[in-house]
Design a binder for this molecule. Sequence first.
Ligand code: IMP
Length: 180
Amino acid sequence: MAPLKHNKLIDQQKIAKRVHELGREITSFIDRENLKDELVAVCVLKGSFVFFSDLVRAIDADLATEFLGVASYGDGMKSSGEVKVTLDLTSSIEGRTVLLIEDIVDTGLTMEFLMKTLQARKPRKILTCTLLLKPSALKTDFKPDFVGFEIPNDFVIGYGLDYQGFYRNLPYIAQVQSLN
Ligand code: IMP
């Protein structure tokens, strides 16, 4: 694939600082709300694997980890609006507090779908955290409980986020300038 022109939007230091703040915010929230028992952090694959691994290490609580594969995009840069589960959880979430960790909320359709799917499994509570939120792209009423950064409605890559399966290993987040 020809290299994509991109500009750095959020550098590594800024990401690390914010992830640690989010870890502290989530830790205090679950302490305050008494949600420490039976906590399970769910990584929404594939895009969240980098953020997830940093964030769970910044949360000071006993937690189990689970992975949920979801496909909502084709190979392009626009949301297809179609969401399907490609890999399911391996344990029950009934009665447990779920911390759903997403890389980016764009239209919100993926999170709306996941909330419905997971609520049907009767968890005690679902908390949602996204590293990035594009407020002007939202097409649903979905509101994450914890947000790392609000960003403009541009396509971004890096720190787990891909274009056609590539760029997930960029250590920073970059805005794609154009496809050529
Ligand atoms: P939504 O359903 O439109 O909110 O999209 C959520 C999913 O689309 C994310 O989990 C990403 O996989 C993908 N996505 C949305 N915006 C971007 C982007 O700017 N770069 C890379 N992937 C994106």
